[in-house]
Design a protein around this ligand. Sequence first.
Ligand SMILES: Cc1cc2nc3c(=O)[nH]c(=O)nc-3n(C[C@H](O)[C@H](O)[C@H](O)COP(=O)(O)OP(=O)(O)OC[C@H]3O[C@@H](n4cnc5c(N)ncnc54)[C@H](O)[C@@H]3O)c2cc1C
Length: 386
Amino acid sequence: MADTYDLAVVGLGALGSATAWHAASRGLRVVGLERFDLGHENGASHDTSRILRHSYHTPAYVDLTFAAYEDWARLEHDAGAPFVTVTGGVDLFPSGGAIPPEDYTGSLLARDVAHELLDAAEAMARWPQLSLDDDVSVLYQERTAIVPAARGTGAMQRLAAALGADLRARTPVRELRPTRDGVDVVTDAGIVSAARAVVTADAWTAALLAPLGHDLPLTVTEEQVTYFAPADPNVFAPGRFPVWIWMDDPSYYGFPTYGEATVKAAQDCGGPVVSADARSHEEDPVMRERLASFMASTFPGSGPATRSKRCLYTLTPDRDFVLDRVPEHPAVTVGLGAAHGFKFAPTFGRLLTDLAVDGTAEADLSAFSLDRPGLTDPAYEPLWMV
Ligand SMILES: Cc1cc2nc3c(=O)[nH]c(=O)nc-3n(C[C@H](O)[C@H](O)[C@H](O)COP(=O)(O)OP(=O)(O)OC[C@H]3O[C@@H](n4cnc5c(N)ncnc54)[C@H](O)[C@@H]3O)c2cc1C
């Protein structure tokens, strides 16, 4: 164990594991500190699948998705394993819904991303699994894909360790103490000194940032995904059934079959507000029934609910990420995915490493700064349905 490190990563979920991988691949001496076991299921990066897509509500996000596809390809190359399952994706917009289709079509057009617009009848002809009212418009983007949550995070941890990163499980960080030379990271096992620290602690971020003078207005919710058992799972297989997102409030999303004869679905921002350390992990029957009734009417063949999994969302008021150095303590950099960051994890690892070490990053991260109005204006009205 080195006595001082070039970089300490606090939290080894998807974002922290990606940062450790990128930093170690740059030849840095890296220590990763995780409060639970590696691969635990107490945060936001576990379970089977996550959506990777180009279709986003602003051109700037669409730009970032191109980097995401490239960085997933780099991970596949370095790990020598496939992680991206392209399925195509449909965004379903009921007319007058809470999420305007123009934000999505406009952003894809602005960035020249091929897509198709279908009406409900055309979509049901193409995907007979769908049952839609006439007023639903459908945006199809062919590159939408599934990436593996736990498996992808584990691969980045293995790559980081193979490149010499010192990943320590069951090592909760109690405090970050900026020093003249960097940061002293206080753990129960003692102090770890590093020239730089990257905080990727998602639902636990606010507690670590407050002593550094930043009271982040984060909302943590306990979300629930549920698996359904279609009578004929082949009908919902990739190639025959796309990833889908219902663009309204409530908003739902789901997947074709992925490694098992079930289809997974969930409500976006449907869970109760919790504290990261006081949550149930128990299935919520009300959330389950709400989703099951939506599934039965929109995907009549999706079958009964079989099991559920809980997972934490950490929401900023504007649902934008945090990718920034702490202005008063530039040796500390923060990365937070605002409950839609998994698809960008390999990219965030690269950008957070560059930001922490060089003070700059390849992408324009101004929208993700710590001192933006969405994080600093107490009157800011939260907007999570984007
Ligand atoms: C149900 C669900 C569905 C989602 N679907 C998608 C999707 O389809 N596409 C997408 O892009 N995103 C999706 N997301 C969001 C995405 O999963 C998260 O944004 C992403 O996983 C966050 O990764 P993370 O590493 O920041 O967080 P986490 O995985 O929670 O990692 C934070 C880590 O920090 C550790 N930690 C915290 N405090 C400390 C401390 N003091 N000391 C040491 N370690 C500490 C925690 O134990 C944890 O391991 C979804 C999230 C959920 C919950």
